[in-house]
Structures are given as C-alpha cells and as structure tokens.
Design a binder for this molecule. Structure first.
Ligand code: SF4
Length: 399
C-alpha cells in the first residue's frame, strides 16, 4: 500500500469503487487458501473494470491454480511484489494485450521491509529477515517466501531509534528464520552483531527475540547475548519433536542431544530464563513409541509453555506425500496430553514466583487490573487504579 501512496495513488475503503485492488493471499492454512479465492471473486463484482492483483504467499506457490481464476489480472510473487506499482502500470498500458510478467524486468531483490513493522503501544515488532533455506519436510514457507533475505542493519537501527523516540520501550525481533539473519550478506554481520547494536540504542529497554532455531545457540552466542542487559530472558525455541527419528523425517537439523545442550547453555547464562516451544504431534509415521520419546523428552526439559499443533498436511510439501498419515483421534489424544503437561509446567513455574518482586512492563488495563509482562514473559496482573501503561514497575507477584 505504501508504494502506491508514494506513487500518488489514493487508498479508498474496500467497499468503495477502486481502479486497482490488491489481494494479499496467504498460504498458512488450507482454510486461508479458500478464503483468498472467495475474496478474489468478490472484488471483481465491486468494479468489473478494475485491475485485480493477487500478491503474497499463495500467489507465489499456486500461480497455476490462480491463473485459472479469470478475474485475476496479475499474479505477483514475493519478489515481484516489491515492484508492484511498475507491474500494475505496465499492465494498465497494455490492458488488452495478454502480458507475461516474466517478460518485465525489474530489480527483484527485496531490499527493505520498511512498512512491515507492527507497533503496539508498548512494543514494536521489527521484521529483520524474510525467507528460509531450511526445507523442513512439513513446511511450505521456503517455496512460498523464497530464500533468506536480510534487512540491512542501517535501516533496522534507524527504525528502532525512531521507535525509541516515540517512547516505545520494547522491540521484538522477528522474521521467518531469524537464526539465518545476515547469511545473505557479503560482510560478516550476524544476528548477534545486530542485537549488540540494538542494545546500544537509548530509550529501548527491552529486546525480545522471536522464535529461534536451536542450531544458532552456541556457547559464544549465549555468552555474548547474556552480556546485553536489554535482552529478555525468554526464548522460544522451536523443537517440533522430542524424538530423533521423527526429527529426521521432519528434516530438522538437530538431535535431541544437541537441543539438550542448548537448553543447558541458556539456563547456565540466564538465571531466570524461561523457555517456550512449538511441538507437532501426529507427524506422519509417529508411532506410540516415538510419541513416548517426545513426551519423556519434554518432561525432562520442562518448557514454561508449549504450543502444540496437530500435524496437518500442506500440499506441495514432502511430508504431505508420506505414507503412514496419522489418524485424527490419535493426534487429538497426543495433543491433549502435551497441553496438560504445558498447563502443569506453567502453574508450577508461576508458583515459584509467588511473593517475589518482578519488574513488569505494563501494557493495558483489564477491568480493575493493569496487565503486563516480566522480561521472561510471565503475564502479571496488578490490581490498581493507577494508569501504569507503558511503565516498567516492580511489583510483588501474586497468582
Ligand atoms: S519450519 Fe521454519 S525452519 Fe523449517 S522450513 Fe519452515 S520456516 Fe524454515
């Protein structure tokens, strides 16, 4: 949208007649695919003469499917999206000729993410990287989003400096695979270098990391990380399975033993660290024995919270074609067991905090309470009439 505004276009409400409609498709779930298609059809009913452009992940992976929908004028993948205005204008000039966008040559390098930052009142989510080269067997993202592209450091640091001036205290560093940040740079500048630079920005008091691949966590990385006083001691490590055989079929690049070492390192360098994770249950071929291995490993690690996903096949991935797909009832049963464990862990951790003083960045009011989070991401509610929004205050933890 920003690109159109910069080029002098006016943005109107969805229900108003527009000359150009951009549909941002999404490929995260099958449901979303269906919704994208419905939306595409609806738009042409609003203005038959308009140029309808489909962009985003679904447009990237399912060009053939989308080209069967005759209402769509242009389909732009992730890289082409950067030059969207040029493509649309070229299309308008050649309206009655069928053009193939592969004949239009624009710079396809994704240089900056600028307008993608998402800001709440107390926290700003900064996307520093896009794409992934890992090809986990269940995941469509490397096909949908393409290979790793990192945002340049000057742009990130400038943006965070601006955000700090707006009195935002916390930044969340995210991306599709932030462990790969900088892998596409010629110079040696990695995630840890970026975090060290962000740590120097005045006004920012907390730096939180989005989901982190365990493979990046070496002793050197954790040592350098632990020296940054603004880094939050909460890490979301995507484990996915606690069984080596399953991890292998998932094409994950670590073993449970390597993961165990990572956890030990984080617990050694961060005294109050809390760890959360994602787990997939019912991955193709996951036997009772394999699930038991996962269960026991999780019981040993004791994550603060676990996000449990029942495996669902994504068309176009290796895992979707695997035989031995698991019955829905079994997935449900396994999921329930892990959710129970997660709830138990969370309650146990919270119990150890009762009566302790914790520093909370308060975010919003909820009735008689102000709600916020500690650095290690425990949610705290404080009964008070005072408006504590966007303040970091030390309070006694009650359950
Ligand atoms: S699950 Fe994560 S690491 Fe694996 S391919 Fe998808 S985005 Fe990449």
């Amino acid at each position: 949208m920003q690109k159109f505004i910069e080029a002098g276009y006016e943005v109107v409400d969805f229900e108003d007649k527009a000359d150009v409609y951009i549909i941002n498709t999404c490929t995260v779930t099958n449901m979303a695919d269906k919704k994208s298609r419905q939306m595409i059809r609806r738009v042409k009913e609003l203005n038959e003469e308009s140029v309808l452009v489909a962009v985003g992940c679904y447009a990237q992976v399912a060009k053939d499917d989308l080209s069967k929908i005759e209402e769509i004028d242009l389909i732009l993948g992730v890289n082409e999206k950067n030059n969207i205005v040029n493509y649309v204008e070229e299309y308008m000039k050649n309206r009655n000729k069928k053009i193939d966008i592969s004949d239009l040559k624009y710079d396809t390098q994704f240089v900056d993410f600028g307008s993608i930052t998402y800001t709440e009142k107390t926290r700003a989510v900064i996307k520093v990287q896009d794409g992934c080269n890992q090809f986990c067997s269940y995941c469509i993202i490397p096909y949908a989003r393409g290979r790793v592209r990192s945002r340049n450091k000057e742009s990130i640091l400038k943006e965070i400096t601006e955000i700090a001036k707006k009195d935002i205290k916390e930044v969340v560093i995210t991306g599709i695979h932030i462990a790969s940040y900088g892998k596409d740079f010629k110079e040696e500048y990695k995630l840890i270098d970026l975090l060290e630079d962000i740590n120097k920005i005045d006004g920012i008091e907390r730096i939180r990391l989005g989901s982190l691949e365990p493979t990046i966590i070496t002793e050197d990385f954790v040592k350098r990380l632990s020296k940054l006083e603004k880094i939050c001691d909460h890490f979301h490590l995507s484990l996915q399975s606690g069984c080596d055989e399953t991890l292998k079929r998932m094409n994950r690049k670590y073993t449970t033993e390597e993961f165990r070492i990572v956890v030990k390192l984080l617990r050694k360098y961060f005294e109050n660290v809390l760890l959360t994770t994602d787990i997939i249950v019912g991955f193709p071929g996951e036997t009772e024995e394999e699930f038991e291995k996962t269960y026991n490993f999780l019981d040993e690690i004791k994550f603060y919270k676990m996000h449990v996903f029942k495996y669902s096949p994504r068309k176009g991935t290796v895992a979707a074609k695997m035989k031995e797909q698991i019955d829905g009832n079994i997935k449900e049963e396994r999921s329930k067991k892990l959710i129970e464990m997660s709830n138990k862990n969370e309650a146990e951790y919270n119990n150890t905090y009762i009566g302790k003083k914790v520093k909370v960045l308060f975010e919003e009011r909820e009735g008689e309470y102000m709600k916020g989070h500690t650095t290690n991401y425990i949610m705290v509610k404080e009964k008070t009439e005072e408006n504590l929004e966007n303040k970091i205050v030390e309070v006694e933890f009650k359950f």
